[in-house]
Write a protein that binds this ligand. Structure first.
Ligand code: ZN
Ligand code: FE
Length: 255
């Protein structure tokens, strides 16, 4: 039986995810923005947490962790590199590590940029990657601690996963991201189609997260910095991919 993935809206515009194995009964939480919506989502389903996975140290991804851990004693897994500023870890992981969850391999991918110790969790058996504030739906996290080069390298690693991968990211920023994306590629038909779908989903109160990697590759300007067409639009045809990414990210910061 496949793993079930549940999106849990938290705070104003955060998402946490529950990953549940009907076979073993285990449930993993990815990120803990706040306790209540998560404990409620667990209670409704009769699930209890066995694992808590943390993508990065920001409060809107960890502030609910203490209370959730106290309630269930789940194993907490996060980046060893950030252990000094994360809640106490039971398992410290780094790039290339993998661990077992309910008989499935969870692969750790180092994705620095937004923060230095930011990691993503890829579960090939579930066809899903949990990206926190690295790759987001139609966007990417602001580059706070790392460099543009690091963030570009991080996004490139995620972009190389199978296109059928579901991207479970940490925020509902998609409608604003769509407005920005249109400023970079106004003639991108796939982007226009996706923007219409996003507007409809938001009007219905439906989350736009998770998204599919294939769709991100066709529409997310931050993944498209290496394409000759995008470079030409920005008049940067002779520039390296990372420089084009830096230009797009800087424009977004000032959008
Ligand atoms: Zn963050
Ligand atoms: Fe965040």
């Amino acid at each position: 039986m496949p793993l079930q993935i549940v999106t849990v809206p938290c705070l104003g515009d955060n998402y946490a995810f529950l990953v549940h194995s009907p076979e073993t009964g285990e449930t993993a939480l990815v990120d803990a923005p706040e306790e209540f919506p998560i404990s409620q989502a667990l209670e409704t389903r009769g699930w209890s947490l066995s694992h808590i996975l943390i993508t990065h140290h920001h409060g809107d991804h960890i502030d609910g962790l203490g209370a959730l851990r106290a309630a269930c004693g789940a194993q907490v897994i996060g980046a060893g590199a950030d252990a000094h500023r994360l809640p106490k870890l039971d398992l410290a992981v780094g790039d290339g590590d993998s661990f077992d969850f309910a008989g499935q391999q969870v692969q750790v991918i180092d994705v620095p940029g937004h923060t230095i110790g930011h990691i993503a969790f890829y579960i090939a058996g579930a066809g899903a990657v949990f990206t926190g504030d690295s790759l987001m739906a139609l966007g990417c996290g602001r580059v706070f601690e790392g460099t543009f080069d690091q963030m570009w390298a991080s996004l490139s690693k995620l972009a190389a996963l199978p296109p059928g991968t579901m991207v479970c990211s940490g925020h509902e920023y998609t409608a604003a991201n769509a407005r920005f994306a249109a400023s970079i590629e106004p003639d991108n038909r796939d982007l226009q189609t996706r923007t219409a779908a996003i507007a409809k989903a938001r009007a219905d109160g439906t989350p736009t997260v998770p998204s599919m990697l294939a769709e991100e590759l066709k529409t997310n300007p931050f993944l498209r910095a290496g394409l000759p067409g995008v470079k030409a639009i920005l008049d940067m045809s002779d520039q390296p991919d990372a420089a084009v990414f830096a230009e797009i990210r800087t424009r977004k910061d000032n959008f």
